[in-house]
Design a binder for this molecule. Structure first.
Ligand code: 13P
Length: 252
């Protein structure tokens, strides 16, 4: 059985003064749901604070990006080793907002995933199609292309050290989640793709769904056979909502 992971992507939200209350609520709520894994993925400047507040708690933490380089003249970038210095377990790579705004292509995303795994971080690798791609019948072709880049760069054995997240771009921040059928179809196809290379790795791979997950739709999504948790944006900023999704994962 794959453990469910509920990961909160704070995106560019939070404040030094406001974070402790949210972290405290999340940590105490997570402690009451021991069958579910939790993580918060926070802006870089808050990692020290999050490490101090969550160390020893039932909630892990991580960053929203990581450099594909180890060290050197890369202004503005943050290495995997630096994230490990702050106790990070996870780093998101290839979020659609970074693909769109920062020109991160499949090769760069794969390089970031490799840098993370090599350092001992777990990359949460995001894949997902735009609305135009879905309407053009390209959904599986797009997510396979994005997955294959990572699979080829890492090799299937190293994929065991990753988490995959299916985030349809049209469902992010729109209030319009994928339907259970739409999500399950893509999750099953992604798992099959990895299983074709190694069925043990495919069978064990955690695949999260992301895109307008809320307490109200979490249970129907978390019940699906190939959905192993959620990558939560907006609803991760309110402890009640985030933990409500966690409770759904525990019930599913
Ligand atoms: P929302 O939950 O706000 O739709 O964001 C999803 C997301 O992008 C998580 O990475």
């Amino acid at each position: 059985m794959r453990t469910k992971l509920i990961a909160g992507n704070w995106k560019m939200h939070g404040s030094l003064a406001g974070n402790p209350a949210l972290l405290q609520s999340v940590a105490s709520g997570a402690a009451t749901l021991p069958t579910v894994s939790f993580a918060v993925l926070v802006p870089f400047p808050y990692l020290a604070q999050v490490q101090a507040r969550l160390s020893g708690s039932a909630c892990a933490w991580g960053a929203q990006d990581v450099s594909d380089e180890v060290r050197g003249a890369f202004t503005g970038e943050v290495s995997a080793a630096m994230l490990l210095d702050f106790g990070c377990r996870y780093a998101v790579v290839g979020h659609s907002e970074r693909r769109a705004r920062h020109g991160e292509d499949d090769a760069r995303v794969a390089a970031k995933a490799l840098a993370a795994v090599e350092a001992g971080l777990t990359p949460i690798v995001c894949v997902g199609e735009t609305l135009a791609e879905r309407e053009g019948g390209q959904t599986l072709a797009v997510v396979f292309r994005q997955l294959d880049a990572v699979l080829e760069r890492l090799g299937v054995r190293r994929m065991a050290g990753t988490v995959l997240a299916y985030e349809p771009v049209w469902a992010i921040g729109t209030g319009r989640s994928a339907t259970p059928d739409q999500a399950q179809e893509v999750h099953a196809a992604l798992r099959q793709r990895v299983s074709n290379a190694d069925w043990v790795v495919g069978g064990g791979l955690q695949i999260l769904y992301g895109g307008s997950v809320k307490p109200a739709n979490a249970l129907e999504l978390m019940r699906l056979p190939d959905i192993d948790g959620a990558l939560v944006g907006g609803a991760s900023l309110a402890a009640d909502d985030f933990l409500g999704i966690g409770r759904a994962a525990a019930l599913a």
